[in-house]
Design a protein around this ligand. Structure first.
Ligand SMILES: Cc1cc2nc3c(=O)[nH]c(=O)nc-3n(C[C@H](O)[C@H](O)[C@H](O)COP(=O)(O)OP(=O)(O)OC[C@H]3O[C@@H](n4cnc5c(N)ncnc54)[C@H](O)[C@@H]3O)c2cc1C
Length: 506
């Protein structure tokens, strides 16, 4: 057994994700931490060795092993069914790299890079990079900040920065551990770190386009991601507004991502962030529109790092609401409208750093989310199909939130269309919400409508759907997986039944 003071094992039991949408029996739970809290490369090397011993043990025992971050995925992507769950959230070191460790071809500023251990949360990294001595920020992240860096690239988390890709777009290198290899992976078109740097992690430097693109959204199925090099930009501010508008006023902008003539708060400026929440009932024509505009951060600006609860639609609705609407379906539409009006109250002119704007949620079990990415220029068609599908399960306590991002570099980035709209179907966790989600997917399938699904949200994956969404990229990802994990025994360790059924992990 590889268990020791820093790698604890609890045998048997069951595993549940944070929102309790998934519960599975497991063979046991591993919890790993670094040998000491102070970040050091010595710790990193020791932890990597410990992780590799665990991987080899899983291979010997023929037990599946799933690295788990914050357990925030609504889908079963992080569920180690009949296997071992590996809790990584205490692996939270982060580093600034020195210029001497960068590749000679890297002409950027090393201070723009942050090396994060995979279990660090976005919140932890934001606190560090936005502090006065660093004043750096991520260009994009999710709506809130509890996810780990490993979990972010595990599923390809996105925000709604209109002209940015999903979070994996910010990855310039990553450390991947298998039973026999410790790799520092980079894109050959963009060398960043030197072989000397990789050696400090005991890793081999591998610049390979296929492997890098596969690892950008790894689904926990390519090995254990131990650390990730992320780029940052000088801290900026977001001036934010939320207004209640007529859907017709923003529909053109949602399809075109062209904002000329749209009556948004700052009509002359292109929003950095754009989100539109609508009621799924086609008769409801109101849209809750959030816009954020990017500004320079003046030198003396104080960022407040205190932990505050922010806004996240669908995640503040208690389980009680779910039970109520199940019992009293007739009152559902009124309750949903009330919840929308309360949770999406308009505001004007709030000024925050990204770390302040995308902050903590009072997220509770009892909510559920699906997210379907579609080409933004066909959004009106997609919404019409989705709203039609909603009518087959009338009165469901759910909302549609439309967010926007650009095509992202992972082979399995679900944010994959040049201009992508991500339609979030958020609601309370009950059978009706799940039926609406499936009705929307089925409507897209039946109409051959192009879409892909968030790996970390409720998604009912099938091999047909995954193939229809990603085409040949499925084969490329499987090829990369076979290259990284040449032995069938190790491929089994990093597989799940769901991914196998979805045509991945073959
Ligand atoms: C309140 C809330 C808000 C959300 N907001 C957004 C949003 O704005 N945008 C968005 O896109 N999604 C959003 N989601 C979905 C969520 O961000 C994703 O599902 C994300 O992947 C969860 O991160 P996690 O750290 O909890 O990872 P987990 O759910 O624990 O794991 C996700 C995947 O990553 C893999 N993984 C984790 N760590 C490692 C590692 N070290 N090595 C290899 N694989 C690993 C797991 O095996 C699994 O496959 C939200 C979810 C919630 C609950």
């Amino acid at each position: 057994m590889p268990a020791d003071e820093f790698l604890k094992f609890v045998e048997g039991g069951s595993w549940t994700n944070f929102h309790a949408t998934v519960t599975v029996p497991i063979k046991g739970l591993w919890r790993i931490r670094n040998p000491s809290p102070a970040a050091s490369l010595d710790n990193m090397r020791t932890t990597a060795q410990r992780l590799q011993r665990l991987i080899r043990h899983a291979i010997d025992r023929q037990v599946r092993l799933r690295a788990v971050g914050s357990r925030w995925s609504f889908s079963d992507i992080a569920a180690a069914e009949d296997g071992w769950a590996l809790q990584t959230s205490q692996l939270n070191h982060d580093f600034i790299v020195g210029p001497a460790l960068c590749d000679a071809a890297f002409d950027g500023d090393p201070a723009s890079l942050v090396l994060a251990q995979a279990g660090a949360s976005v919140a932890e990294i934001n606190l560090k990079i936005e502090k006065p001595s660093r004043r750096r920020s991520f260009r994009t992240s999710g709506a809130s900040n509890g996810q780990t860096i490993g979990g972010m690239i595990g599923t390809g988390v996105h925000g709604s920065a209109v002209d940015m890709g999903a979070f994996e777009s910010e990855v310039v290198g990553l450390q991947l551990l298998t039973g026999s290899r410790n790799l520092w992976l980079e894109n050959p078109d963009r060398p960043i770190m030197s072989a000397q740097f990789a050696a400090k992690l005991d890793a081999e430097l591998v610049r390979d386009r296929l492997l890098f693109r596969a690892a950008l959204v790894g689904l926990g199925a390519l090995g254990i991601v131990h650390s990730v090099m992320l780029r940052t930009v000088p801290t900026y501010l977001l001036r934010s507004y939320r207004r209640k508008m007529e859907f017709a006023e923003v529909e053109f902008a949602m399809n075109s991502l062209s904002f000329d003539g749209v009556p948004l708060p700052r009509p002359a400026e292109r929003p950095y962030f754009f989100q539109v929440v609508v009621h799924p009932d086609p008769k409801e024509r109101i849209a809750y529109v959030t816009t954020r505009y990017r500004e320079e951060c003046p030198p003396g600006h104080r960022i407040d790092p205190s932990l505050k609860s922010g806004y996240d639609i669908g995640n503040d609705l208690p389980a009680l609401f779910s039970k109520l609407v199940d019992a009293l379906p007739a009152v559902t539409p009124a309750l949903v409208k009330l919840a929308m009006a309360q949770q999406l109250a308009p505001f004007e002119d709030r000024l925050n750093s990204p770390g302040e704007a995308y902050t903590y949620t009072t997220s509770k079990p009892g909510s559920a989310g699906a997210a379907l990415a579609v080409p933004a220029n066909r959004l009106s068609e997609a919404l019409a199909l989705a709203r039609q599908a909603y009518q087959t399960v009338p009165g469901t306590p759910a909302t549609f939130a439309c967010r926007f991002a650009t095509a992202s570099p992972g082979l399995l980035s679900f944010v994959q269309y040049a201009r992508t709209c991500i339609i979030d179907i958020d609601g309370v966790e009950n059978s009706k919400t799940r039926r609406v989600m499936e009705a929307v997917r089925s409507a897209f399938d039946a109409n051959d409508f192009p879409y892909s699904q968030h790996w970390g949200k409720l998604n009912a994956l099938t091999a047909e759907r995954v193939r229809a969404s990603y085409g040949d990229k499925v084969d490329a990802w499987n090829l990369a997986r076979a290259t990284l994990l040449p032995s069938p025994a190790e491929r089994f360790v990093f597989s799940t039944q769901t991914l196998e059924k979805a045509g991945l992990c073959q």
